[in-house]
Design a protein around this ligand. Structure first.
Ligand SMILES: Nc1nc2c(ncn2[C@@H]2O[C@H](COP(=O)(O)OP(=O)(O)OP(=O)(O)O)[C@@H](O)[C@H]2O)c(=O)[nH]1
Ligand SMILES: [Mg+2]
Length: 337
């Protein structure tokens, strides 16, 4: 039944796409068949995670990045993951950042996802929605997550290229460290560069990278000054030093440079074979998740009604410790021989 969505979706029909995304979000029975049918058409989009502390300007940046890609003739899918407000719906990007200029564009598809169940579940659903957008043929997919917890970090690190957004004036600390997203950055954006302290923030990030701030660091953009530290980007030996790009998202400043770095990183991943490795890691984590789900569902179906509650009551009465209880459950109803 759902498979009637496949053909129009692949042909670029937006209504079919929106319906398919809803099916996947709701985890309908039919969505499995849908995913299976769409899967062979995935693997073409470059996936860009945009993460950072609340209010750093992620949505604004995503908006301008999308416009930059549209100008370059690329189609863009946008997924906004908002763990804080379950009721924001489509309002997340629409209200705070006027997306109206993107909204009427058939080359752009925006989906806002609020937390429904667990965050772990959200990471899983996001991966599925990503797959649908990929199959629909979007050249670039931008995912905005607030870098506040492990699940958001998982979502962000599922991307091919992760942009970590930092903004000055949020205290002395580099927020990315607090949020635990420093390590997953492929590109740093120091947004709100129109504000005081942007240079300081950029310098702090540079120091984090282990690059001692030499006086030349002030002039790193002026060519030919022969800096003592390595240039950002692809390094000899195949590693990548995340560039630090200053942006003023509200005015669109620096976003083209940011876009160029994202594209360079994409090229680096392809050239070094790291894209394939990232895809494998992504597939492994997806399999892990689906397998856990499937095993748990299977086991739950095998248990007599009310059995789990009875075991839990026994544990609560201290008749049995929870580990032994699970051992016993697996022995009686599971896959252990
Ligand atoms: N001065 C200045 N303000 C900016 C800039 N970029 C964004 N803002 C403002 O910062 C505020 C937050 O921007 P958002 O794009 O909503 O930030 P966000 O990171 O998506 O926020 P959350 O999704 O709530 O975490 C808005 O009022 C923006 O107008 C910038 O470059 N300079
Ligand atoms: Mg936002």
């Amino acid at each position: 039944m759902t498979n009637e969505l496949v053909e129009p979706l692949l042909a670029g029909n937006r209504r079919a796409l929106a319906r398919a995304v809803s099916e996947v979000e709701d985890r309908t029975v039919a969505s499995r068949g849908l995913m299976a049918a769409l899967f062979p058409h995935t693997g073409r989009a470059h996936i860009i995670g945009v993460t950072g502390a609340p209010g750093t300007g992620k949505s604004t940046l995503v908006n301008v990045l999308a416009r930059t890609y549209r100008t370059a003739g690329k189609t863009v899918g946008i997924i906004a993951v908002d763990p804080t407000s379950p009721f924001s719906g489509g309002a997340l990007l629409g209200d705070r950042v006027r997306m109206r200029d993107l909204a009427g564009d058939p080359g752009v598809f925006i989906r806002s996802m609020a937390t429904r169940g667990s965050l772990g579940g959200l990471a899983h659903t996001t991966a599925d929605v990503l797959m649908v957008l990929d199959a629909a043929g979007f050249d670039r997919i931008l995912i905005e997550t607030v870098g506040v917890g492990q699940a958001e970090i998982d979502i962000a690190s599922a991307a091919h290229t992760t942009v970590v957004v930092e903004a000055p004036g949020m205290g002395d600390e580099v927020q990315a460290i607090k949020a635990g997203v420093l390590e997953i950055a492929d590109v740093f954006a120091v947004n709100k560069a129109d504000r005081e302290g942007a240079d300081h923030t950029a310098m702090a990030l540079q120091m984090m990278q282990g690059l001692a701030p030499s006086p030349a660091a002030h002039h790193r953009s002026s060519a030919g000054s022969g800096p003592a530290h390595p240039q950002p980007g692809a390094q000899a030996g195949g590693s990548w030093l995340p560039p630090i790009v200053k942006t003023v998202a509200v005015r669109g400043e620096g976003v083209e440079v940011l876009c160029q770095w994202i594209e360079r990183h994409a090229e680096h991943l392809r050239a070094t074979g790291q894209l394939g490795r990232r895809e494998e890691a992504r597939a492994a984590s997806e399999l892990d998740h689906i397998l856990r789900d499937a095993l748990l569902t299977d086991l739950t179906h095998r248990l007599p009604p009310g059995h789990l509650a009875r075991v839990a009551a026994g544990v609560a009465r201290r008749e049995l410790d929870p580990y032994s209880a699970v051992d016993q459950l697996l022995l009686d109803y599971g896959f252990r021989r």
